[in-house]
Design a protein around this ligand. Structure first.
Ligand code: COA
Ligand code: AMP
Length: 629
């Protein structure tokens, strides 16, 4: 850990100098002289006088450096039985052309473009084209329904939406166009155009507002990159918060580019010419940072996969990919590994492939349980590296730094704090907890480049949501502790965010849908343990007096409502009718206590509890499996 300690000390001694040096990995149109603007604390801005273009760093400079013929994107879609290798030169051409197409539709610097697309290379083209124009993209995950899309349209107010005729899930085609149309109908803001990528599996009939991707490309002229200030936003990524209204996490251009280059090299140990596969979706932060931006900014080859870890066609799907593309680094959510293990515990599929190219397996997005860690380590015989971070940070906060200083790996911990972050464990009064004692995980301000500078159009919400509970610190929403070796252990969320199959969801927004049912008096949605998905939402419902309903009918109604309002990704499948919910004497539902019981964490029964018997009755229902009826 000598290298790690040294670099951390360098950063602690002079963070400004540290981030000035790191910025040299980026091509600036005008290099920053001022490294950190503290004048609006607690809002901080990195590289305020720097001017650059993120797309130029990802593409133009790679071509200029002689990487034009290197593959930039391998696209592999077992769901459509298609494959493509796109070189840096080809990608630059497509992006410049699509940027020209967007400009012809009226998209200019700082305008927003909403991208609602499946895992196809055109999704990356659309993102990079926005970056080229200095426009701000907002990618929405395909598993969200029209109402969620509408909320994002109203918040981001996009000039244009870029979509596809359909997405493909195993066994079904997801028609995107009706969802986009419905969302536009629901939203107050109306975009001027919707660009539709027609897919052979289900082409759409285009209406007056819609423009065919191919036709747009056929008539467009290539657009050069537009210089932007480092603090100009690159994208908005909506993520679940504690209320139903999603939070628009803003990412700037300059700090983000520096953080991508620094983390890809130092945390993931990857670089130019490497083949890197982040098996996530462009709708999540992993997709933004490590499918699109970091690998391209560093001149690596990125793999885009449209498929599942199992069943497309079998539990060998991932291993086939590694062999075929000679993948050097793989990044997935633990859920994906659990899904593979469930189908192929003995690793018989795995042993059929040549996996010698793979140096490291990175796992993140949810807690890495020791048994998944051990299985993957044994099967692959390479380092299995947990890394902890979130949409807001944009890059790892805690990890084993494979490029800087590989260190011993401990099951159950994402290892150490990445230089740039100062993490503390605090109790409810803001006092620091000693090693071994769990508390709130917070980060001392200012956070490093690449982390969120604010929430879209709402500085006050940013301050209220993250910076107010512990003044001087950013509250991560996770609880955990340091051990004696200063390794961090992340135990789970302390708010109503849950992680279902690596997908971040708000139980608060599910509760809003459940509570709207006319039969429901009150409810609580709690994330309970699931063998495959890590957590799944379970709704506890108290019926209104006099209501009698078949539990199966109630369940079907509520499940359908959540699917319609939030989307299939919400994955609420379990509804339990209870006679009462545990509450304080003042009538507040004890959600935090219920969460602790469900997570198997230590908790203290509040002295203000109204009736301990209600809590005791619900406790078994917070554990383990329940049957559908
Ligand atoms: N568009 C439309 N629907 C989608 C979707 C998308 N992009 N992604 C998921 N869905 C749907 C699924 O089809 C499923 O629908 P169903 O209820 O009709 O079956 C529902 O949303 C729930 O999806 P999911 O929770 O992913 O379950 P699954 O059974 O389809 O797949 C896994 C399970 C484990 C294979 C899958 O979740 C997985 O690969 N997880 C890895 C997660 C990941 O990469 N996370 C990114 C953060 S690192
Ligand atoms: P997201 O914003 O979707 O990336 O989700 C971030 C949340 O996922 C974090 O706040 C954690 O609760 C959880 N998470 C992500 N990575 C890990 C990890 N390695 N270990 C434990 N929890 C994680």
């Amino acid at each position: 850990m000598v290298g790690y300690r040294e670099v951390r000390r360098l950063w602690q001694d002079d963070p400004i100098d540290f981030w000035r040096a790191a910025a040299k990995q980026i091509d600036w149109i005008s290099a920053p002289e001022n490294i950190l603007d503290r004048s609006r604390a607690p809002l901080y801005h990195w590289y305020p006088d720097g001017v650059l273009n993120t797309c130029a760093n990802a593409l133009d400079r790679q071509v200029a450096a002689g990487r034009g013929d290197q593959v930039a994107i391998y696209y592999d879609s077992p769901l459509t039985d298609s494959k493509q290798a796109i070189t840096y030169r080809e990608l630059l051409d497509q992006v410049a052309l699509f940027a020209g197409g967007l400009a012809s539709l009226g998209v200019h610097k700082s305008d927003r473009v909403l991208i609602y697309m499946p895992m196809v290379p055109q999704a990356a083209v659309a993102m990079l084209a926005c970056a080229r124009l200095g426009a701000v993209h907002s990618v929405v995950f395909g598993g969200f329904a029209a109402a969620e899309l509408a909320a994002r349209i109203d918040d981001a107010e996009p000039v244009v939406i870029v979509s596809a005729s359909c997405g493909i899930e195993p066994g079904r085609i997801v028609e995107y166009q009706p969802i986009v149309e419905e969302a536009i109908k629901l939203a107050g803001h109306k975009p001027t155009a919707v660009v539709v990528l027609q897919r052979a599996q289900s082409p759409a009939v285009l209406g007056a507002r819609e423009v065919d991707w191919q036709e747009l490309m056929a008539t467009a002229t290539e657009h050069d990159f537009v210089p932007v200030h480092a603090n100009d936003p690159l994208y908005i990524l909506y993520t679940s918060g504690t209320t139903g209204k999603p939070k628009g996490v803003v990412r700037d251009n300059g700090g983000h580019a520096v953080a991508m280059a620094w983390s890809f090299t130092n945390v993931y140990g990857m670089g130019a010419g490497d083949v890197w596969w982040a098996a996530s979706d462009i709708g999540w932060v992993v997709g933004h940072s490590y499918i699109v931006y970091a690998p391209l900014i560093c001149g690596a080859t990125t793999v885009m996969y449209e498929g599942k870890p199992v069943g497309t066609p079998d539990a060998g799907a991932f291993w086939r990919m590694i062999e075929e593309y000679r993948v050097n680094g793989l990044f997935v959510a633990p859920t994906a590994i659990r899904a593979i293990r469930k189908e192929d515990a003995a690793g018989s599929h795995l042993s059929q492939y040549d996996l010698t190219s793979l140096r490291t397996l990175f796992l993140a997005g949810e807690r890495l349980d020791p048994s998944t860690f051990e299985w993957a380590s044994e099967q692959l015989g390479i380092p299995v590296v947990d890394n902890w971070w979130q949409t807001e940070s944009g890059w790892p906060i805690a990890s084993n730094l494979r490029g800087l200083d590989p260190m011993p790996i401990k099951s159950g911990s994402p290892s150490v704090i990445v230089p740039g972050y100062e993490v503390r464990i605090l109790d409810a009064q803001g006092k620091e907890e000693p090693p071994g004692t769990e508390g709130a995980i917070v980060i001392k301000l200012p956070m490093p480049p690449g982390t969120l500078p604010t929430l879209w159009g709402d500085d006050q919400r940013f301050i209220d949501s993250y910076l107010t509970v512990f003044p001087g610190y950013y509250t991560t929403g996770d609880g955990g502790y340091f051990d004696e070796d200063q390794y961090l252990h992340v135990m789970g969320r302390t708010d109503d965010v849950i992680n279902v199959a690596g997908h971040r969801l708000s139980t608060g927004s599910m509760e809003a849908v459940v509570a709207a049912n006319s039969m429901v008096a009150e409810c609580a949605v709690i994330g309970v343990h699931d063998e495959l998905k890590g957590q799944i939402p379970r709704a506890f419902v108290v019926l209104k007096a006099g209501v009698e309903v078949d539990p199966m009918v109630l369940r079907a109604t509520i499940v359908a409502a959540v699917r319609d309002e939030i989307g299939p990704v919400a994955a609420l499948k379990e509804v339990v009718v209870v006679s009462a919910l545990p509450k304080t004497r003042s009538g507040k539902i004890l959600r935090a206590t219920m969460r602790s019981i469900a997570d198997g964490r230590e908790f203290v029964v509040p002295s203000t509890i109204e009736d301990i018997a209600v809590l005791e009755a619900i406790t078994p229902l917070l554990h383990g499996e329940i049957t559908a009826d």
